[in-house]
Design a protein around this ligand. Sequence first.
Ligand SMILES: Cc1cc2nc3c(=O)[nH]c(=O)nc-3n(C[C@H](O)[C@H](O)[C@H](O)COP(=O)(O)OP(=O)(O)OC[C@H]3O[C@@H](n4cnc5c(N)ncnc54)[C@H](O)[C@@H]3O)c2cc1C
Ligand code: FES
Length: 245
Amino acid sequence: MRQLIFEVNNIRPIADKVFELILLGDTSDIIRPGQFVNIRVDGKYLRRPISVCDWDEDSLTLIFKVFGEGTEIMSRLQKGDKIDILSGLGNGFTVTDSKKALLVGGGVGVPPLYALAKKLIEQGVKPVVILGFASSKDVFYKNEFESLGLKTYVATVDGSEGTKGFVTDSIKENNLQCDYFYACGPMPMLKALCLELECPGQLSLEERMGCGFGACMGCSIITAKGSKRVCHDGPVFYKEDLLWT
Ligand SMILES: Cc1cc2nc3c(=O)[nH]c(=O)nc-3n(C[C@H](O)[C@H](O)[C@H](O)COP(=O)(O)OP(=O)(O)OC[C@H]3O[C@@H](n4cnc5c(N)ncnc54)[C@H](O)[C@@H]3O)c2cc1C
Ligand code: FES
């Protein structure tokens, strides 16, 4: 982990209250899809954790939704602005060689799956993608996944696009089979996937965080392997290690 300064290269709205932010800087601390950065926001004591959506040697793509004051301030960033980032946080996904993989994202859980999709393709795996949102106005990156040559399904809770309901409804409706899954999204979605999919998988949790690098214990969860800090030991955990009550 390093504290680094990045420069805003581009920011654009891509769905309702959702922005794609492209930053320029030293990305050498980012080594795996599913890692995150922690962004200092003017006037806020705590940084805001955001997943890495994509990266190359000198640019970093993030996608964030405006939820509260911090992300609202971020949405007003402009080209040329400098931002202070803790880079290369978290463990990220471990790519397996399973051939029938599903990538399942819900809302702001979709971004880390994009870099993961590219990594899987590099390894010769063509995953099927299922993206869940509340409504069609919230849908983003469907075209980007399709441009990678991946079959991509959408589920919306109100039925305005794709399957009406949740990602699990889309999996059933389209009779999607898997020998492995990778998921990121809200806890109820992750729990439903663990209970309904028989295959093994990895899940990225978006727990509320304090420091973001393992010092405050503010993000601890109990797993089958004892107490773990989501920011440091995760955010990606194996299905069999997560305990659902
Ligand atoms: C590992 C990880 C990756 C994430 N990736 C993304 C992403 O790619 N895109 C995206 O839009 N959002 C992502 N989130 C959620 C994002 O961090 C929160 O939406 C954001 O911090 C809200 O800040 P705020 O000031 O707008 O809201 P406020 O509610 O005003 O925030 C108050 C405090 O609570 C924390 N907080 C609030 N909601 C969350 C949350 N869901 N998760 C963690 N902390 C929260 C904030 O960081 C802040 O410290 C991620 C969260 C984690 C933990
Ligand atoms: S947020 Fe401080 S230990 Fe995880």
